[in-house]
Design a protein around this ligand. Sequence first.
Ligand code: NAP
Length: 298
Amino acid sequence: MEQNTRIGFIGLGIMGQPMARNLLEAGYALTVWNRSQPGIDALVKDGATEGASPKDVAERSNIVITIVGDAPDVEQVALGDDGIIEGAHDGLIHIDMTTQSPSVTRQIAERYAQAGIELIDAPVSGGERGAIDGTLSIMTGGKREVFERCQSVFDAMGKTIVYCGLSGSGQVVKLCNQVVVGLNNLAMSEALVLAAKAGVAPATMIEAVRAGAGSSWALQNLAPRILDGDFAPGFKIAHQQKDLRLALELADQSHTPLPGTALVHQLFSALEADGMSEEGTQALVKALEKLAGVSLRE
Ligand code: NAP
């Protein structure tokens, strides 16, 4: 794809806004659409054009990128009223960067095939920071030659871009990533609670462990925020639960036992029952604090 490629961007939330901004900074002409207006206004201020609907965005673009919530949201913007499919034209590529179901991805790809649209699944890892810095890991699935045509667009948003296989393969790899993320979060949370209960300051434990074999992204990034009492979402519990549900569904379909993932999913369910769905995933520690009868911030 050339630098004069016209890109459409749908879904201007925590991730979508900075990703769209990086495309503008790379020199791409961008048409944006979002369900609510504030996300649109922010990008228009930075030089994007406002689209009227996903259909309109598709009509004006060679590549449409989506990063919305879950599978039903992707189905709605892709196949619903005024959806991308209604704006189909020669050479249109839809890159879906939402974390969603591999099987729904394949179903949309099949519907698109009849309309002449190519679908690439390209979920991301690296969080809000990676989206802002343009250093996301991007896991892609779909036809290799279509993926290769989009390489420079991916380069504007990410650093590690891996072609994983046919349609849905990027989503499978992303769900593997979420298994690791969920269990690292649990391990970090258990270590914080154990340090506190056993009489060592959690901050001291973090300082000693963060450079060694027990280190993780969670320990380096989430643990200090926990000690600061900062539970604002980079990545919200509602989305993590969606990802763990998708991973457990995939595990069920492929007869793969995932006992650790199931446990993390249950602990997050307890937090959701307590009204914490919109908190960041670092709030997992609150479930452990409750079980252990300790507070890390007292
Ligand atoms: P977010 O802040 O909630 O943003 C989601 C965006 O999608 C919002 O702009 C929302 O519109 C739009 N949207 C949702 N449902 C829609 C629908 N049915 N129709 C049209 N637009 C819809 O979420 P996020 O944190 O950016 O995450 C987006 C995706 O990236 C999720 O799949 C998430 O799992 C994945 N992800 C997130 C992170 C992270 O650290 N945040 C990291 C990796 C992957 P409104 O503005 O109207 O609500």
